[in-house]
Write a protein that binds this ligand. Structure first.
Ligand code: ADP
Ligand code: MG
Length: 306
């Protein structure tokens, strides 16, 4: 569906994008994760034809895409990071305005009703957008992007300034659209969102794509962690833990154990069985599965939130 080849974008001498290539298949939900300033919005703007790249190409359905190509442009819907809706218009008028821009004919009114319902704004449809909460505006921003029924939907930080309820609405709607066959590129600096939604993820940092793989492949390269404390830790229990296969055991103090392991669930079962056989009473237990934050830290040496 989307094929991005060696994209480069310079603003003055510094690149905002530097040799970015990746492909997204039809029907995929692809996540693009990276900290602020990484180049995500620049990339989305080039893919949807708002910006011209300095170098590189974008292919849509196998055809090279140029900004002037209205036909191909219609395949794309963009939910921009900066809200692109009119405060003076109502929700219904906003969707109608964009629908008319796209020249949607007789079924526009029906589409508007469907979209209003899908972003849960039917009961506020005729209120001025200026009176909306941040979450409602974000939902309308998503609704507006759907009016021409795009096949590829680009979402650029769609949950910025959004309350948890609206966030869930947006997640549900994005999942529903994907299930209906729409290809999605979901851009965010929140690793939890990308991890919850996207089976395949690209990680972008300092204008470069530094990783691009399925979630299990990205996470599978990193160890998980399991740590616990006990009132008393007999030597025999410790030595049995130390001989566990695929586990690295550390003892930060005489009552605590930290284990790095490739399979947290399996190691947890083994640890529980050893401790019960050795009659060791745990006083606390914590397990940590690897997440995209750890992947980013592993790749860059920095936390995603820095
Ligand atoms: N119009 C512009 N002029 C100059 N620099 C820009 C412009 N737009 C973005 N940049 C710079 O390009 C880099 C990437 O920005 P952006 O694509 O917005 O990142 P992200 O969306 O990941 O936060 C940043 O360093 C930003 O300051
Ligand atoms: Mg951005």
């Amino acid at each position: 569906m989307l094929d991005v080849r060696n994209l480069r974008k310079l603003y003055g001498p510094t690149p905002a994008l530097d040799g970015v290539s990746f492909a997204v298949g039809k029907g995929e939900m692809f996540g693009l994760l990276g900290p602020n300033g990484a180049g995500k919005t620049t990339l989305m703007s080039i893919v949807c034809g708002l910006l011209e790249p300095t170098e590189g190409q974008v292919f849509l359905d196998g055809k090279e895409f140029h900004r002037s190509d209205r036909e191909l442009r219609r395949l794309i819907g963009i939910v921009p990071q900066e809200l692109a809706i009119y405060d003076e218009l109502s929700a219904r008028e906003n969707i109608r305005f964009f629908g008319e821009l796209y020249g949607i004919g007789s079924d526009l009114e029906e589409r508007i009703e469907r979209i209003l319902a899908s972003v849960a704004l039917t009961d506020r449809a005729d209120d001025r957008t200026a009176t909306f909460s941040g979450g409602m505006k974000r939902r309308l921003n998503l609704g507006v992007s759907l009016v021409h029924e795009p096949q590829l939907l680009l979402l650029d930080e769609p949950t910025t300034g959004v309350d948890p309820q609206s966030r869930n609405h947006i997640f549900e709607e994005v999942r529903r659209l994907n299930a209906a066959g729409i290809t999605i590129v979901y851009t965010s600096h929140y690793m939890e969102e990308v991890q919850a939604l996207c089976p395949r993820v690209g990680i972008i940092d300092h204008s470069k794509l530094i990783a691009c793989d399925t979630l299990p492949n990205l996470l599978g390269k990193l160890p998980g962690r399991l740590s616990f404390s006990a009132r008393v830790l007999p030597e025999k229990a410790v030595s049995r833990l130390q001989s566990l296969e695929g586990a690295r055991v550390a003892l930060p103090d005489p009552m605590s154990v930290e284990i790095e392991c490739s399979d947290v669930k399996r190691t947890l079962l083994q640890v529980v069985s050893i401790l019960s056989e050795e009659q060791v009473e745990m006083t606390s237990l914590e397990t940590t599965e690897p997440n995209l934050e750890h992947v980013f830290l592993h790749l860059t040496g920095r936390a995603l939130r820095d």
